[in-house]
Design a protein around this ligand. Structure first.
Ligand code: SPV
Ligand code: MN
Length: 633
């Protein structure tokens, strides 16, 4: 094979590509007259040495080809429904790889809480490991939008991968945007993703997981991901793009968030848009689906448009946790996942011998078949003698968001939707009330977003209440220091003429006997209360940490939306201000940010005030304050 020409000339490069590519692939690529992009593609072909190259222009034939070869090559297995398939990542590749996911920075200078690595060494290493990695395989080249068509919010991306499963997933999750690349070359700014599953074993699992690398090159707007298949490591536009997007947003003064966007109906059928950030296992998806319309379930880009914060969901699909999805609690999703008509890629579920998909929550018992660890039968144990679960706790579904009955009609609006409020939710058995409104933007950013934590989920009894710090629920995906990320939010708010209200929610408060106080469905009421607060339609009670609902308002809302009584006793338990625990929370968060050199000084001022208010309240009322003792605002 000839080498990529050094001379910077598009025609020379095209000439080279015409010799290394099949005619159809060349014809599609040659329409994108972007020298730097084509050069990178030529270089990556030279490094990875695929035997074939397929370029997707976003046609129906392209989609069908990818879906077909995913099955032919054993990357996906068929089920009893034509467009339901099952993908297995392999037992060593079932989640994001924190250790081997690194942000490449010139010099590799340390960034608090971020796994960084020297850019030159990282690029050298990953390109070395990628030499010939696609030999005998087909490289797919695909073009996507991260956001609606013709929108100022939208980012663009190109994906190179040897995994039909990865492109198939992206074809479901993102809008295909080959045309925009053709139209707007040579200047279209875009992110680049190179992925290879590497060698696969007889099960189809990536063999060389010890050489798994996910290297994020901020300067080059490029990510390299090799020897892995798990979507969180491989689907470029998901969490890899999120890190690039956070970085770009930081430089340009807008927000790229790990948040859902959902609409809540208020009086007169008005729709009020909320975003929500929740660490894993804290109710993010269930909150989005308890709302009346869904714009997005995972990511949001938020910009200041003439003083108004507006947001888009950059995705058009969901990569959701399937564990526990059941017909009673999640009727909409359950119906999508069991309908013969839908297109769904299931990953790491159980595929039974009669071609049924089973996960925890599916009606019926699991029967023998294949799962994430190979063949499975009821009672199967691992080497250590523990039972192997039929379907993995991180098993997932990939499907289009357009199947949702409550899909918001503005999903494709290039202007996005106005963001009226942001919600931060954690799992907290002992501290935070079910719903709490911040005094203002700065107070909310600091005491709710930047202070977000969640109980460690490996919840052994002794560790109850041990909290994991996860600011804005985005810690794993930050490409800049958490201090800078907080500062970005403070600056973003300053320039808004209408600032979103900020709330925190907590569905996990427990009573003295360790039982959850709230019912799963109660979140509907907290959402409706927040909606009313956004418009100033209900009053509230001022506490040292923010505003809480008035008892009589909740009685009405519980009755109106759930047909339930809401007792004074429950209210005083749920909305008691747990002063000692709240002070401890302030102290924990303070300690963390004082170890982060670029934490904004304002953060400490807000925390100091919060602590002072709590101490004053303790002096008057003691360690736990009944909400009935506090006055209306
Ligand atoms: C998450 O963990 O927040 C996810 C799944 O949405 S992953 O793509 O693995 O990040
Ligand atoms: Mn997520």
């Amino acid at each position: 094979m000839s080498r990529v020409p050094e001379v910077e000339d598009l025609n020379v490069l095209l000439n080279h590509l015409s010799r290394v590519l099949p005619p159809e692939a060349y014809a599609k690529l040659a329409k994108i007259r972007n020298y730097s992009l084509l050069k990178w593609i030529a270089e990556m072909i030279d490094v990875a040495r695929p035997s074939k190259v397929y370029v997707l222009a976003g046609s129906k034939e392209d989609f069908e080809y990818v879906a077909r070869v995913a099955i032919e090559r054993g990357e996906e297995l068929p089920t009893k429904y034509p467009r339901h398939t099952v993908h297995f990542d392999g037992p060593k590749d079932l989640a994001r790889d924190r250790k081997n996911t690194r942000i490449l920075i010139p010099g590799g200078s340390p960034v608090p809480m971020i796994n960084t690595y020297d850019r030159d060494s990282g690029l050298r290493e990953v390109l070395e490991l990628s030499k010939g990695i696609m030999s005998g395989k087909e490289m797919f080249i695909a073009f996507y939008c991260f956001g609606p068509k013709n929108s100022d919010f939208t980012l663009y991306a190109v994906q190179l991968t040897d995994s039909a499963y990865v492109v198939h997933s992206e074809n479901i999750l993102y809008r295909t945007c080959y045309d925009d690349f053709v139209k707007n070359a040579p200047n279209l700014e875009h992110a680049r993703f190179f992925h290879s599953a590497g060698e696969r074993d007889e099960n189809g699992w990536s063999k060389n997981t010890e050489n798994r690398r996910i290297y994020i090159d901020l300067e080059g707007n490029t990510v390299y991901s090799i020897n892995t298949q798990y979507a969180g490591n491989t689907v470029g536009l998901k969490k890899l793009m999120l890190r690039l997007c956070v970085y770009k947003g930081y430089k340009e003064g807008w927000l790229c968030e790990h948040m859902f966007i959902a609409g809540i109906k208020g009086p007169g059928d008005r729709i009020t848009y909320f975003t929500g950030a929740f660490p894993a296992g804290c109710g993010k998806t269930s909150t989005a689906f308890a709302a009346d319309t869904v714009v997005g379930d995972d990511l949001a880009i938020i910009k200041n448009v003439d003083g108004i914060p507006r947001g888009v969901n950059p995705e058009v699909g969901m990569f959701g946790i399937i564990d526990g999805v059941n017909p009673t609690d999640d009727p909409e999703i359950y119906e999508i996942l069991t309908s013969p008509e839908t297109e769904v890629i299931f990953s790491n579920v159980l595929l039974t011998d009669d071609h049924e998909v089973w996960w925890r929550g599916k009606v019926g018992e699991p029967k023998p078949g294949l799962n994430y660890a190979g063949r499975w039968w009821p009672g199967k144990k691992d080497e250590k003698g523990s039972e192997i679960l039929p379907s993995h706790p991180n098993a997932r579904f990939t499907t289009s968001i357009r199947y949702l009955k409550k899909l918001d009609p503005r999903i494709d609006d290039p202007e996005g939707v106005p963001i009226h409020a942001m919600v931060f939710g954690g799992r907290d058995p002992i501290t935070m009330p079910p719903v709490l409104e911040a005094f203002d933007w700065v107070h909310g950013v600091v005491t709710m977003g930047a202070s977000l934590e969640s109980e460690k989920t490996a919840a052994i009894l002794e560790r109850v209440g041990e909290m994991e710090f996860n600011p804005f629920a985005i810690l794993d995906f930050l490409s800049i220091s958490p201090g800078k990320y907080v500062d970005l939010h403070l600056r973003f708010g300053e320039k808004l003429s209408i600032k979103p209200k900020i709330f925190s929610v907590n569905y996990f408060l427990k009573d003295e006997s360790g039982r959850f106080i709230a019912d799963k469905v109660d979140k509907k009421v907290w959402l409706k209360w927040m909606e009313l607060r956004v418009h100033g339609d209900v009053d509230s009670i001022e506490t040292p940490v923010g505003y809480i609902p008035i008892y009589q308002d909740l009685v009405k809302l519980f009755n109106m939306y759930l047909g339930k009584d809401y007792s004074e006793e429950r209210y005083s338990k749920e909305f008691a201000i747990r002063v000692d625990n709240l002070i401890r929370k302030v102290e924990r968060v303070w300690k963390i940010y004082s170890d982060i050199p670029d934490s904004p000084p304002e953060l400490f001022e807000v925390l100091r005030d919060q602590k002072r208010r709590l101490e004053e309240a303790r002096a008057i009322y003691g360690s736990v304050v009944s909400p009935f003792k506090l006055s209306k605002r």
